[in-house]
Design a protein around this ligand. Structure first.
Ligand SMILES: Nc1ncnc2c1ncn2[C@@H]1O[C@H](COP(=O)(O)OP(=O)(O)O)[C@@H](O)[C@H]1O
Ligand SMILES: [Mg+2]
Length: 308
């Protein structure tokens, strides 16, 4: 039996008129990497802030390892590690000093934190940087240090809020390796991202979130099946092609017009392409078709590109 580590029921948070989190229910199991995937403003950070006791829900409830996030927030904070969207590092302290400071906030004994700091630095590959000034670290290293900091008190659950946003491809890849290594140690992770590739590579399950609601929830391979059997045809045209011209035709599934590019979802690729060329050869600039990716599923569900 899979053990539920986080149980979220109808969680909500409003900022004035904005429903930042609008009734999210979700179970997260021990040892999994769970991804919250969604565009900017979807509500990802707000969910994480509530789950680690930093923001109070407006409605619903959630438990982390059996502790209520509102009533038992002290216990929740002991059990979770948080890597916030922006690094919080003290420039006055060395790399090691930052970690000791965090350990003291958690009232850890010296004998214990000396051990856990060594192992956290090793896990993120910064063991040689213990006495360095954080200012001298690259963007990827600063991110890894922030992860080490979140690990010092040996949390059961680690929240990673956009761990790789803004990093170059090489640092991103290095960080992905570290996250996978951590997962092998059995720690449960919840990460947010707007990078499809990251979610697909790292996550056992993904919750697609838009406007404060989870609109799809499954493993990456199952999510892709939402568009199973459909081919995606992107037509670039001179502006004269309208969805109405294609709507009644048998081959066309959903049609998504956007300026001079039209996207057609169809299970009859050959017929569709032949129809397009027969009837609109004058108007078509290019036709591109491919099998659905997770990015396409996202676009299909939300009507939005992920961006970033
Ligand atoms: N402290 C706040 N005050 C007012 N509005 C906020 C605050 N935090 C978040 N929001 C709003 O709530 C929504 C969700 O934000 P957020 O959780 O940061 O999204 P994400 O992390 O997915 O980009 C956005 O519309 C954002 O502008
Ligand atoms: Mg955010």
């Amino acid at each position: 039996m899979l053990k539920v580590v986080i149980n979220i029921q109808e969680l909500a948070k409003h900022f004035g008129e904005v429903k930042a989190v609008d009734g999210v229910s979700l179970k997260i199991y021990k040892g999994e990497i769970f991804g919250l995937l969604g565009p900017n403003g979807a509500g990802k950070t707000t969910i994480i802030r509530m789950l680690c006791g930093l923001a109070r829900p407006a409605g619903g409830k959630a438990e982390v390892a059996g502790f209520d996030i509102v009533k038992d927030s002290v216990n929740v904070r002991k059990l979770v590690g948080v890597v916030p969207q922006s690094n919080v590092l003290d420039r006055e302290l060395t790399v090691g000093g930052n970690l000791v400071f965090h350990a003291k906030l958690h009232r850890m004994k010296k004998s214990r934190y000396e051990r856990t700091i060594e192992s956290a630095l090793k896990l993120v590959g910064l063991q040689d940087k213990k006495n360095s000034d954080p200012i001298t670290l690259s963007g990827g290293m600063k991110r890894r240090l922030t992860i080490a900091k979140a690990l010092v008190h040996e949390p059961e659950v680690l929240f990673l809020d956009e761990p790789t946003t803004g990093l170059d491809p090489q640092s991103k890849r290095a960080l992905w390796d570290r996250i996978q290594a951590l997962s092998e140690k059995g720690i449960t992770m919840i990460l947010t991202t707007h990078y499809m590739e990251e979610a697909e590579l790292l996550c056992d399950r993904i919750g697609i979130i838009d406007k404060g609601k989870i609109i799809a929830l499954d493993s990456p391979s199952e999510l892709k099946k939402i568009l199973k059997g459909e081919a995606i045809i992107d037509v670039t045209h001179d502006g004269s092609l309208s969805p109405e011209a294609l709507m009644d035709l048998e081959f066309a599934g959903k049609i998504d017009p956007k300026h001079d590019r039209m996207r057609i979802y169809t299970s009859k690729k050959k017929e569709a392409i032949s129809f397009l060329f027969t009837n609109f050869s004058e108007n078509i600039i290019s036709v591109d078709f491919h099998e659905p990716t997770l990015e396409d599923v996202f676009l299909h569900l939300t009507g939005k590109e992920l961006g970033g």
